[in-house]
Structures are given as structure tokens and as C-alpha cells.
Write a protein that binds this ligand. Structure first.
Ligand code: ASP
Length: 411
């Protein structure tokens, strides 16, 4: 059986097994014990993936920068990346706000509130900007501050590039480090079908499908907008900028999509996204090593869509009208909140609290949607990683470094 076949089978078995426990053996002592064991094994799998994130980004970015012939190229890559991330995220929130308003999904619930809730406030633009620059690289790494790690690795990369004429060994040291990290990622990924089975059976043993019926309109609309953005908008972007086949792109990306779905974490999926971008999507090392970690941190279109739909849903449920200025505020806050927030399960809800607070909506409205959020997190994380990979392809193609033959069946 092919590797993808194994992953699909483990997803199917995990979902079925978990749902079976949820429906028939929810109170059974042995079922609870089994679900604890599965949960522990799933957590070990996610931890092993996360373990690789910092060293992989560090080595791969240094090698990427050292390989760039002209340093100003990095400037153009970053400007393109940030502009594309902002453009796709704004489109994502705008279409979420549009569809949610159009279909009026929350009205009729008829809630009222006079309670004051506190949510973490959204960071200011200055805070976001200053926090990108590390003062202590070890602390940045220990705390997994991705943007700070990127800045530090870029600096080292430039240093290595400047020294490499005089000292060949320095570059080969980092190249060997990068190869070593990729090898370890390969070994961990070999265990993925087992890890995925554990993760999914654990989640579905705790949640079950019945919860969806209570929030069917919210759930279905969100799923449709996510699919629309993930397939239609991304295909359009990819074809418009590169003229390459979106079908081959998605076909080659499928394992990353399944991974993101099963782990609900773009950070944990990142080692595989990076490897796939280089090996199967034809993205050049220097572009991939920079744009993929950056995207996994600041580009979360799926999350932005959830925030747009949820904001309108909660406003309608409480009978509060949102003005055009509120919509703009939602777009701005959601985009700012997503910068620097690591892609881990459930982080979208914390960002949603900031957004609700900013537009003066009751934060306790989150309780309405929290039940289905874990399931939706899986799909929106898949959209998040598709966005990162698609933008990496566009940038590599604009730099004339994309291996196009992959898309013409000559890889
Ligand atoms: N789980 C998402 C991710 O890792 C973030 C979120 O929407 O909660 O990309």
C-alpha cells in the first residue's frame, strides 16, 4: 500500500474507532483507559514533530540564505510573501463576513447579554513589529517564537554567506545539519499513520458527530467557505500567477493536507510542509525555507475565515448589528492577531476573543461555537497550510526558481 493510502486508512480507522467509543462505550472503564493511551501516543507524535520545528527552521533558513546569490533577492522575496499573505488573508475574512451576513446564520437564536467579559487585547502595530526582533536567541528558541527565530537565522545566514568564501567548512556544517534534520523528519513521518490513528480516535471518542447537528448552519457555512477559499481562491491565485495546474499542486500536497487535518497544527505540520514544498512542489530551497516557516506563523486564512463567520454568527445571535467600520475593524484585528501567533490547535479561538472584544461583541458568545471548534480546527488548519504552500510556489515561480517540470509530469 502507498504511503498516502496508509494515511487515508489510518484517518478512516481513527475516525470510525473514536466514534464507536463515543457512541457505545462512552462510560466504559476500558474505553476510557484506551482513549487515554491513544491520547498519550498522539501527544507523543505531535511533540516529536514540534521538536523538529526550531532546528529545522534554523538550519534550513541558514542554508537557504547562504545559497541566495544576491542578498537583495531576500528583500524581494519577503515583500512578495508579506503582500500575498495579507492579500489572501483579507480576501479570506472579507468572503467569510460576506457569506455569513448573506445567509443570516445566527439570527433566531435570540440571546441577550449585559455581562462584561475580558479577553486578551489585540497587540498594537508597534508591539507586533518590535516583538519580531529577538534580544536573546536561546529564549526565542525555547519559547518557540517563530518570527524571532527567523530573524536570528537570517542574520546567521548572512554571516555564513559573508564568511563562506574564506571558510568552506562553515557552509558545509550547516548543510550537513540541514540534511540531518530532514532525515529525522523523514523518520518521524514514517510513524505518521500510527500517530494519526491515535490522534483522530482520541478526538472523535471525545467529541462525536452528534454535536454538529446543534450548530448545523454555522458548521456547514464555515465548511463551505473554507472549501471555497482552499480550492477555488487558491487555484485561481496559483493559475493566475504561475499558469501551473492547481490539480497537480493539490495532488502533490495531499499528505500535508491530511497531516494538517489530523494534527490541527500548522506548526507541527511545518516540517512536512517544508519538505513537500521542496521535493514535490518544486519550490527552491531559499524560497521554501523562508516562506514556509513565515507562513506557518503569520498566514492563517482558514483561521481568519472562522473568525469572520463566527463574529457575524455571534453578532446575529445576540441581535447586534455590525456597521461597515466594524467589519473593517474585524479584518484589521484578525490579521494583526494572527501575526506571531503559533499555529497550534485552538489558537484561533483565543484570537477570536480579541476580535470580539475589539468590535464590542460579547466574548461569552464563544461558548456557542466552542463545541464544534475542534472539528472545524482540522479543516481550517488544512486551509492554512495550503495557503502557505501555494504562496511559496508563486514566489518561487516569480523568482524563476520553481521546478516547473513537476507540473508537467516530468519530475
Ligand atoms: N490550528 C490552527 C493552525 O495551527 C490555528 C487555529 O485556527 O486555531 O493553523
Amino acid at each position: 500500500m502507498s504511503y498516502t493510502g496508509k494515511i487515508l486508512l489510518s484517518m478512516f480507522l481513527g475516525i470510525s474507532f473514536g466514534s464507536l467509543i463515543n457512541i457505545f462505550f462512552f462510560d466504559n472503564f476500558f474505553a476510557i483507559l484506551l482513549s487515554e493511551i491513544l491520547s498519550a501516543l498522539g501527544e507523543i507524535f505531535i511533540s516529536s514533530l514540534k521538536l523538529m520545528v526550531v532546528p529545522l527552521v534554523f538550519f534550513s533558513l541558514i542554508v537557504g540564505v547562504a545559497q541566495i546569490e544576491n542578498s537583495s533577492k531576500l528583500g524581494s522575496i519577503s515583500i512578495k510573501a508579506v503582500c500575498l499573505y495579507l492579500a489572501t488573508t483579507s480576501i479570506a475574512i472579507a468572503s467569510a463576513l460576506f457569506f455569513a451576513s448573506l445567509f443570516d446564520i445566527g439570527s433566531g437564536i435570540g440571546l441577550s447579554t449585559d455581562l462584561e467579559f475580558s479577553a486578551p487585547s489585540a497587540p498594537s502595530l508597534k508591539e507586533v513589529f518590535v516583538s519580531i526582533f529577538p534580544s536573546n536567541p536561546i529564549r526565542s528558541m525555547a519559547e518557540g517564537e517563530m518570527l524571532q527565530i527567523i530573524v536570528f537565522s537570517l542574520l546567521i545566514g548572512f554571516g555564513v554567506k559573508a564568511l563562506s568564501n574564506k571558510n568552506e567548512k562553515i557552509i558545509s556544517f550547516f548543510q550537513s545539519g540541514n540534511n540531518l534534520m530532514l532525515k529525522i523528519v523523514e523518520i518521524i513521518i514514517w510513524f505518521a499513520p500510527y500517530g494519526i490513528f491515535c490522534l483522530l480516535s482520541d478526538i472523535f471518542s471525545k467529541i462525536g458527530f452528534s454535536i454538529i447537528t446543534d450548530l448545523a448552519s454555522y458548521f456547514v457555512l464555515l465548511v463551505l467557505v473554507l472549501l471555497f477559499h482552499g480550492f477555488i481562491i487558491y487555484s485561481f491565485f496559483l493559475y493566475f500567477f504561475t499558469r501551473l495546474s492547481p490539480l497537480i499542486f493539490f495532488k502533490n500536497l495531499k499528505e500535508v493536507i491530511f497531516f494538517a487535518f489530523s494534527t490541527s497544527s500548522s506548526s507541527a505540520t511545518m516540517p512536512l510542509t517544508l519538505k513537500t514544498a521542496k521535493d514535490k512542489l518544486g519550490v527552491d530551497q531559499s524560497v521554501a525555507s523562508f516562506t514556509i516557516p513565515l507562513g506557518a506563523t503569520i498566514n492563517m486564512d482558514g483561521t481568519a475565515i472562522m473568525q469572520g463567520v463566527a463574529t457575524v454568527f455571534i453578532a446575529q445571535a445576540y441581535g447586534i448589528d455590525l456597521a461597515m467600520s466594524d467589519f473593517l475593524l474585524v479584518i484589521l484585528t484578525a490579521t494583526l492577531a494572527s501575526i506571531g501567533t503559533a499555529g497550534v490547535p485552538g489558537v484561533g479561538l483565543i484570537m477570536l476573543a480579541m476580535v470580539l472584544q475589539q468590535v464590542g461583541l460579547p466574548v461569552e458568545g464563544i461558548a456557542l461555537i466552542i463545541g464544534v471548534d475542534r472539528l472545524l480546527d482540522m479543516l481550517r488548519t488544512s486551509v492554512n497550510v495550503c495557503g502557505d504552500s501555494m504562496i511559496a510556489c508563486i514566489i518561487s515561480s516569480s523568482e524563476n526558481s520553481l521546478k516547473q517540470e513537476i507540473y508537467y509530469g516530468r519530475s
